[in-house]
Design a protein around this ligand. Structure first.
Ligand SMILES: [Zn+2]
Ligand SMILES: [Zn+2]
Ligand SMILES: [Zn+2]
Length: 382
């Protein structure tokens, strides 16, 4: 083919040498472009912590997630779609700028390149048309808006549902977990999971949760030790709401359960690894249930626990492990001021954190009067 273009052998040799140089530059460029694209599409943890994500770059356009959660995700999914659609075209442009191969040269190379160029031009056009369709009518055609419309009671609009979700998202007691781009958010009445091009939303009152399977990671980079991940399928009785899978570390399982109104069914009896404090609290609870109860005099009023301010105080410390003069425990005369969970957490926090096996036989001072007690001295108030 060179014979048509070059007239003498020297030029042919130079062209071949040039071609080889160009091919290696093209290879380096291609590898770099693919790597950067992968990092932008599925950012590794290092990229996220450095703030190098599409969300951060476009933060001005996206607005504040905290102030307007639903609009933020409508804009985020649209921007992500547009951004991903221009990546192939960006590759062709970069080839021109950095390697010096323009579109005409590329076009004449092979049929595959012709297809690639056509696709890279068509993709952003299609994405722009989709985005335009979503945007029309104040985003009413966006999949998230349609999903919210499915949740709206008769006569109500998707905007009303959106503002209800926005308000709940602003509360600080929501449960969130998971990597950027695949985050699970549980508020008082909603279970939501973000995905690259969408946002899954289900109302807590409509859902069934089923623990599906677990993944065990013998070594997990964030914890230095092993980790277990749970995959839970969320199915809604609302026919317009598709089911989706949420994923979380088993250490967060009890926090998730606290935030949910429904039970998580574990039909396959999967064994869930609990965090150390959860395992301790379970043992603590069992021991306290075996101890003699404290019968509250009728005039005594139980106030809310001063640890969490949520539950009613339900435990009393009374020396039961030995007779009054024996042992190192001391009688506490405080009225019930703590709930079982908070007392358990307090007890665990006063133990040697390096030796969890000694916790059950340990001692702690009463949080109020400092009288020393052991686990046999804690009574449920009845
Ligand atoms: Zn409490
Ligand atoms: Zn006390
Ligand atoms: Zn004791």
């Amino acid at each position: 083919m060179y014979d048509d273009i070059y007239e003498n052998d020297d030029e042919v040799i130079n062209a071949i040498v040039d071609d080889e140089g160009m091919a290696s530059v093209q290879l380096v460029y291609t590898v770099a472009y693919v790597l950067i694209s992968i990092c932008l599409i599925a950012p590794p943890t290092e990229f996220v912590s450095a703030g190098l994500t599409v969300q951060n770059v476009l933060s001005n356009f996206l607005g504040s997630e905290n102030m307007n959660f639903i609009y933020y995700h409508i804009r985020r999914t649209t921007a992500t779609l547009l951004f991903h659609s221009i990546l192939p075209l960006g590759y062709c442009l970069g080839l021109w700028v950095f390697v010096g191969i323009n579109f005409v040269q590329l076009w004449s190379t092979s049929l595959y390149w012709q297809l690639f160029i056509i696709t890279s031009i068509l993709l952003p056009c299609c994405a722009a048309l989709i985005a335009l369709y979503w945007w029309r009518n104040k985003w009413a055609n966006h999949p998230i808006a349609k999903l919210l419309q499915a949740h709206a009671p008769d006569g109500s609009t998707w905007q009303a549902v959106a503002s209800a979700i926005n308000i709940e998202f602003r509360r600080i007691d929501k449960f969130t977990t998971g990597a950027h781009g695949r985050r699970l958010i549980v508020t008082d009445s909603w279970v939501m999971n973000t995905a690259t091009y969408s946002l899954y939303i289900a109302h807590q009152g409509d859902i069934h949760l089923m623990l599906d399977r677990t993944e065990d990671h013998p070594m997990y980079h964030e914890s230095q030790t092993g980790a277990q991940f749970l995959n839970i399928t969320v199915t809604s009785i609302n026919q317009h709401v598709g089911s989706f899978t949420i994923r979380l570390n088993s250490m967060e399982y009890s926090d998730l359960k606290d935030k949910l109104q429904t039970q998580i069914r574990n039909a396959r009896n999967i064994v869930i690894q609990q965090s150390l404090s959860d395992r301790f609290l379970e043992a603590f609870r069992l021991q306290v249930a075996e101890n003699a109860a404290f019968h509250k005099p009728p005039i005594m009023d139980l106030e809310s626990c001063i640890g969490c301010m949520q539950k009613t105080a339900n435990v009393k410390l009374q020396k039961l492990c030995a007779s009054p003069q024996e042992g190192s425990c001391v009688q506490c005369y405080c009225r019930p001021m703590w709930c079982l969970e908070c007392m358990g957490k307090w007890f665990a926090s006063r133990q040697n954190q390096q030796e969890p096996e000694t916790w059950l036989s340990g001692r702690a001072p009463c949080p109020t009067c400092r009288a020393v007690f052991c686990m046999l001295d804690i009574s449920m108030v009845t």
